[in-house]
Design a protein around this ligand. Structure first.
Ligand SMILES: NC(=O)c1ccc[n+]([C@@H]2O[C@H](COP(=O)([O-])OP(=O)(O)OC[C@H]3O[C@@H](n4cnc5c(N)ncnc54)[C@H](OP(=O)(O)O)[C@@H]3O)[C@@H](O)[C@H]2O)c1
Length: 287
């Protein structure tokens, strides 16, 4: 007969980690991450600006679906409270929601740049500020910020996006040091080129900007830049998600995890002398 009273802690059933992910629209990285966390026995709070963009998750009890706009205080507060009320905790926050912003910095409307920073930087920080009190009380948790390799070598036509991701990387580094005091791990996930809707969404936003003047002759190159990460050498989102989730769920996750095409090349670019980096970027971006 098995003596249950001597079961070790490891034998006891652990509660499933509760993972809150932003930007889970179908076709993107957040959606693939949600699926990969669910496949790893996590309870997934999948969020996006519209429930209809996650309709395929609807019948699956592993997902708790919520509408969430990271730019809205009210929306972030409402969802965080709903999750804590339902599960009592958030174990992992994945700040995945993000937008690209293409165009020449000298002509892109400031409102478009503010929108990129509002989503990528302040949206992520808003989520962090909402969940940290709950994680700190329990002295555990993981915060995952999704950065970008484009922050490692800021090239033409994507300055606003690269700057917003560089800001997020810097915030992530500070958060990692400060939140360790409360038992919270902070991970910077830095994707290379991964298949998603990011290029098409960027083009749709670019088409709503006023006509270019000074940089009009570069129109075609700017459009190419929007879809640079979506060309032939692109890693499927599911593959990215599977590998990323395996790293995040480790007991001691790394501070930095970069995955996908260009991740090594961009890490090398980061360390090159500026004149060499400029030369390469001008060649690649044809400017
Ligand atoms: N794909 C790549 O090659 C690549 C490379 C480096 C970094 N990344 C980063 O990976 C993350 C995911 O991007 P993706 O490639 O999967 O692009 P995507 O397919 O366009 O997905 C972006 C997600 O963010 C959501 N979003 C945008 N604004 C939001 C807001 N205010 N509140 C909540 N959600 C919002 C979008 O929602 P809607 O559907 O409502 O617009 C969508 O669900 C981003 O942070 C991106 O910068 C991607």
């Amino acid at each position: 007969m098995v003596n249950r009273s001597h079961d070790s802690d490891d034998d006891r059933e652990q509660p499933k980690p509760v993972v809150l992910i932003t930007g889970c629209s179908q076709g993107g990285l957040g959606h693939a991450l949600a699926r990969a966390f669910a496949a790893n026995d996590c309870t997934v709070v999948a969020t996006s600006r519209s429930l209809s963009s996650m309709a395929d998750f609807e019948p699956d009890p592993r997902f708790f679906l919520q509408e969430l706009d990271v730019q809205s205080d009210e929306s972030v507060r409402r969802v965080t409270e709903a999750v804590v009320r339902k599960y009592g905790r958030v174990d992992v926050l994945v700040n995945n929601a993000g937008i690209q912003c293409v165009g020449p910095l000298a002509e892109v409307p400031l409102s478009a740049i503010e929108n990129a920073f509002g989503t990528n930087v302040f949206g992520s920080l808003r989520m962090v500020q909402a969940v940290v009190p709950h994680m700190a009380t329990r002295k555990q948790g993981k915060i995952v910020n999704v950065g970008s390799v484009s922050a490692l070598a800021s090239g033409p036509w994507s300055g606003a996006y690269s700057a917003s991701k560089a800001a997020l990387h810097a915030l992530t580094d500070t958060l990692r040091l400060k939140l360790a005091l409360f038992g919270i791990d902070v991970v910077n996930v830095v994707p290379g080129a991964i298949k998603s809707n990011i290029g098409n969404s960027a083009l749709a936003r670019y088409d709503r900007m006023p006509e270019l003047e000074l940089f009009k002759p570069f129109e075609a190159r700017i459009r190419e830049r929007a879809n640079f990460s979506q060309r032939s050498r692109t890693t499927p989102a599911d593959m990215f998600a599977k590998n990323t989730v395996a790293v995040i769920l480790k007991k001691n996750p790394p501070a930095w995890f970069s995955y996908g095409p260009y991740s090594t090349a961009m890490a090398i670019m980061y360390h090159l002398p500026i004149c060499v980096r400029d030369f390469i970027l001008k060649k690649i971006m044809k400017c």
